[in-house]
Write a protein that binds this ligand. Structure first.
Ligand code: NAD
Length: 498
């Protein structure tokens, strides 16, 4: 079907939104009866009232997940059977793709075209990829002496807490759920309070696909309440967290204060995008530099938010950059032609606007945007914004803004570019545009980042790991490496008769 022809506003009016938590295989209210409003950033209206879970609900979810794990109803199924169920769930998701995409757009304001073709499509692909891999990964036999046999096997870690953010609600959830469930764990998923809808709907789709009750529980709720209860729970074995570096640090504390649960962290970034004077294609680089910051309204952890340009090509490159940037504008997220939507909530919009004020105050030159826009809609939109003449220690060169705000810095030598690039507490992604294989390889070795893009930005595939160095986190999502977070390594040493 041509999605450009769909009347998404009409569909949105007819959409039934989930409101309850999903615990022990069924939808339930929070034990306390508490609820929280779901405000759509598209127009600032309350679109649903959703259960707001606290530690009592997390306890109930953990009890259910633990008993599912202990009785082996999921983990003891043959890998091929787990694969069959997860593939059936992926089919369910495909059948409900438009509904899931619409929930994503209503909840957090991203363009409906992206929600459908990127968020939902990639979430389904992620589930299929991990479902398909789980009956194809092998364990190891160690080269021990002849009188013994040592098996090195991977086992599910047990009960996993997944705490995820609002910028890609479904996709971030699936980056945790797919490997954790494929490996045989039970999971408690806590979506961000700003975007619980798709996770709640997903729980029902997993059940319809045949996942046994108790294996997946979804507890919507506030971070300092439900999120903290997961972090501190004595019977959760591992947490997979995606979100801010600040809250990532809290999860490390929670672990130390409770049962030393394993913690995997995917946190923030301030990724450098370096354009060398020998860039082979300035037009393509200018396009990429725009998408790197304006895709998903800049609410993306690996946004190329610091653009580092060789001073010798400053003029021609900036002209091309601005030419593309002037074509960008925030629009109605439910219009399939829109490529920049609303920011997730009013508070976050204000935070982005505050950073713009700080940039001006610290002496950066505003080249484009800088204002709230579309305020008549009642929603939370900020213009695509570009600052020139940013220096490395300015706040807007150091802190993650998580909005459509680009900081442009200049360098004189490749060494200086690398020095500036590495000069933040983050290390998620980095990019280098150069025609020299030497510069490409030397830069990619020197850049302290989990992902380095050469002559491209934010290219991606399920086969490669995603995650960062330094305070951008620890552990990796996607690829077979993701399984490491959700499995324990066991050695079984068998002595043979002498
Ligand atoms: P956030 O850290 O505020 O929230 C993330 C999750 O943690 C939410 O579910 C929230 O409810 C929960 N939480 C908040 N406070 C908590 C507390 N005190 N205790 C326990 N849980 C708590 O992040 P956000 O604003 O939702 O998302 C934006 C951040 O996510 C950005 O920093 C972005 O870079 C990061 N992010 C990283 C990646 C990655 O893969 N590296 C991907 C997407 C987003």
């Amino acid at each position: 079907m041509n999605t450009m022809r769909i009347d998404w506003h009409a569909k949105a009016r007819d959409l039934a939104l989930p409101r309850q938590a999903f615990i022990d295989g069924r939808y339930v209210d929070a034990i306390s009866g508490a609820t929280m409003p779901c405000i759509s950033p598209i127009d600032g209206r309350i679109i649903a009232t959703v259960a707001s879970c606290d530690s009592a609900d997390v306890d109930a979810a953990v009890r259910s997940a633990r008993s599912a794990f202990e009785d082996g109803r999921w983990r003891n199924q043959n890998p091929a059977e787990r694969k069959r169920v997860l593939l059936a769930v992926a089919d369910q998701m495909e059948a409900h793709a438009e509904e899931l995409a619409l929930m994503e757009t209503l909840d957090m304001g991203k363009p409906i075209s992206d929600a459908l073709s990127i968020d939902v499509a990639s979430s389904i692909a992620t589930l299929r990829w991990f479902a398909e891999c789980i009956d194809k990964v092998y364990d190891e036999i160690a080269p021990t002496p002849q009188n013994s046999l040592a098996l090195i096997t991977r086992e599910p870690v047990g009960v996993v807490g997944a705490v995820v953010p609002w910028n890609f609600p479904l996709m971030m959830a699936m980056w945790k759920l797919a490997p954790a469930l494929a490996a045989g764990n039970s999971v408690i998923l806590k979506p961000a309070e700003q975007s619980p809808l798709s996770a709640l709907r997903l729980a029902g789709l997993f059940a319809e696909g045949g996942l046994p009750g108790g294996v997946l529980n979804v507890v919507p709720g506030l971070g300092p309440t439900a999120g903290k209860a997961i972090g501190l729970h004595m019977d959760i074995d591992a947490v997979g967290f995606t979100g801010s570096t600040e809250v990532g640090r809290l999860f490390l504390q929670y672990s130390g204060q409770s049962n030393m649960k394993r913690v995997g962290l995917e946190c923030g970034g301030k990724s450098p995008h370096i354009i060398h004077a020998d860039c082979p294609d300035l037009d393509r680089a200018a396009q990429a530099a725009n998408s790197a910051i304006f895709f998903n309204q800049g609410e993306i952890c690996n946004a190329g938010s610091r653009l580092l340009v060789d001073r010798r090509i400053a003029e021609p490159f900036m002209e091309k950059l601005m030419q593309v940037a002037r074509t960008k504008a925030a629009g109605d997220p439910l219009d399939p032609a829109t490529s920049i939507g609303a920011l997730v909530e009013e508070r976050h919009m204000q935070r982005v606007l505050d950073y713009i004020q700080i940039g001006k105050g610290e002496g950066a030159k505003l080249l484009l945007g800088g204002q709230r826009t579309r305020s008549n809609s009642g929603g939370f939109y900020v213009e695509p914004t570009i600052f020139d003449a940013v220096t490395p220690r300015m706040t807007i060169a150091q802190e993650e803004i998580f909005g459509p705000v680009l900081s442009v810095l200049y360098f004189d030598t490749p060494e200086q570019a690398l020095q500036i690039a590495n000069d933040t507490m983050y290390g998620l992604a980095a990019a280098v545009w150069t025609g020299s294989i030497d510069t490409a390889i030397r830069s990619s070795r020197a850049l302290r980042a989990g992902m380095v893009y050469v002559n491209c930005y934010d290219v991606d595939d399920l086969t490669v790991p995603f995650g960062g160095f330094k305070q951008s986190g620890m552990g990796r999502d996607k690829s077979l490496h993701a399984l490491e977070k959700y499995t324990e390594l066991k050695t079984t040493w068998i002595a043979l008769s002498p």
